[in-house]
Design a protein around this ligand. Structure first.
Ligand code: NAD
Length: 482
């Protein structure tokens, strides 16, 4: 594959075509410059992609054995690694990710493909004891055509985890990447054709959410929808899929806490308290945006956090600083509105990083900000900012810490820092979250680890072996011995 490629084309049935709806511009968030175009897929394009996926599922791709799908995924993983530098460069330009973070996403994409490639021939069903004159077994079967609606913040990781698992399970896929960040998904699809995936196994329809995304979620030929994005759109997608009774996996937002107790290993905790909140300029669903600090270490930790914040620098993604820009002018405005409302309400700013002086004026930069103490019910403590902002809340007792941690509508990830083993496991049970880290925090990490939310963070699990179950349906076969 040679890059750059003709990014304005969409992929249907193994063919690169122009979209019925024309094109959309591609912006580099580091400079605001327009660097290319992507297809603006229409409902007609989406219908053609779903039909192509159905034909692949009922044809060549659907006839492959598990180990053959596994080989294709493994070959794709190798191609991703062979093109790591080109993919990294695309993501640096398209998403504004600092180089090191973009490179980590490429590695994660390859790991998902390796993991699900290895799992494709290990999707065992079960046998079930019943009456003695029966043999009962349950088969794990693919849904058929699965839709994947992808956000802009981690395109490669989210394509890897959802599309990788869906293909391993034998589904043919239609991917709708985010309008702000489609390039790496288009490059991924080119590599998939090179790896030998049959036509129609992977289709890509870039475009606007309310056009291509809405058409895909509502299409009656789609048998499962995997959606990652905002709560508001997730609800609309689930409602659209409900009209044709398709199951949905929703990976939505978060307001994930780290709880730091007086007995914590602060040397280990401090770097992760900051990094887990500001990775990808805070545009991470599992970002740890709330830091809950026990009273005895509150002042000491706040001072140490402030020191770290003052050393943080945001600037052009290619310079590989601590933070790149946020994705768009619109996102920057949305984040600033929340920040300004917090300041106007009198929430103290504890520390701030800086935007480098020579950052291009057209880029969407924000200096990272640490607020605290924030009132637990305030918007800054409750709403997902999805930007480089963390808030600090003090607590006295373990009970209060749990109540604060569980005191939002979200429940994605939580981290607990304490040397008390009893407390670690007590809290692991009490915290409302899909993942709990003890003396660690893994924002977006862990290909092998089931991931997903409770409450407004969504439902269903991706990553790990668990995701394969989500991309299959169980058929029970009952044979009577006559
Ligand atoms: P978004 O919901 O605006 O968009 C996500 C995707 O949905 C995009 O591809 C978009 O084009 C599409 N879309 C928009 N409107 C649609 C519609 N009406 N019908 C169908 N599809 C539509 O979210 P975003 O701004 O791209 O991403 C930020 C949000 O995603 C944050 O809230 C963040 O927490 C969440 N997120 C969650 C996870 C997770 O795994 N839980 C991961 C990344 C991002």
């Amino acid at each position: 594959m040679s890059l750059p490629f003709r990014s304005e084309l969409l992929l249907i049935g193994g063919e690169w075509r122009t979209a019925a709806g024309g094109t959309l511009p591609v912006e580099d968030p580091s400079s605001g410059a327009i660097i290319g175009a992507i297809a603006r897929s229409s409902a007609t394009d989406v219908a053609a992609a779903v039909a192509a996926a159905r034909a692949a599922f009922e044809g060549e791709f659907g006839r492959l054995a598990g180990f053959e799908r596994g080989r294709l995924l493994a070959a794709l993983g190798r191609l991703v690694l062979a093109h790591a530098e080109q993919l990294t460069a695309l993501e640096v330009q398209d998403v504004g990710k600092p180089v090191t973070q973009a490179r980590a996403d490429v590695t994660a994409l390859a790991r998902y493909l390796e993991f699900y490639g290895g799992a494709a021939d290990k999707l065992h069903g079960t046998t079930i004891p019943y009456l003695n004159d029966y043999t009962i077994y349950a088969l794990r079967e693919p849904h058929g055509v699965t839709a994947h609606i992808i956000p802009w913040n981690y395109p490669m990781q989210i394509v890897g985890r959802s599309v990788g698992a869906a293909l391993a399970a034998g589904n043919a896929v239609v991917i709708k990447p985010a309008e702000e960040a489609s390039l790496s998904t288009l490059a991924f699809a080119r590599l998939a054709l090179e790896a030998g995936f049959p036509p129609g196994a992977i289709n890509v329809v870039p475009g606007l959410g309310e056009e291509a995304g809405a058409a895909l979620a509502a299409h009656p030929g789609v048998n499962h929808v995997s959606f990652t994005g905002s709560v508001e759109v997730g609800i609309a997608v689930q409602a659209a899929a409900a009209r044709h009774v398709a199951p949905v996996t929703l990976e939505l937002g978060g307001k994930s806490p780290q709880l730091v107790f007086d007995d914590a290993d602060l040397d280990a905790a401090l770097p992760l308290l900051v990094r887990a909140g500001l990775q990808n300029a805070g545009q991470t669903c599992s970002a740890s945006s709330r830091l809950l600090l026990q009273r005895g270490i509150y002042t000491q930790v706040v001072e140490a956090l402030a020191l770290r914040y003052r050393a943080l620098r945001a600037g052009p993604a290619a310079r590989d600083l601590d933070l790149g820009p946020v994705i768009s002018a619109g996102q920057r405005r949305r984040i600033l509105t929340l920040i300004e409302a917090g300041i106007a309400a009198g929430v103290p700013v504890l520390a701030r990083g800086e935007v480098v002086a020579d950052a291009p004026a057209g880029g969407h930069y924000l200096a990272p900000l640490l607020f605290g103490p924030v009132p637990p019910g305030s918007p800054l403590a409750q709403e997902e900012v999805f930007g480089p902002v963390q808030v600090v809340l003090p607590f006295d007792s373990e009970e209060e810490a749990v109540a604060l941690a569980n005191g939002t509508r979200f429940g994605l990830v939580a981290g607990v820092w304490t040397r008390d083993a009893g407390r670690q496991h007590r809290l692991a049970r009490q915290l409302r979250a899909g993942q709990v880290f003890l003396n660690d925090y893994g924002a977006a990490g862990g290909v092998e680890l089931p991931f997903g939310g409770v409450g407004w963070s969504g439902h269903g699990r991706e990553k790990g072996m668990e995701a394969l179950h989500g991309f299959t349906t169980l058929k029970t076969v009952a044979a009577r011995h006559r």
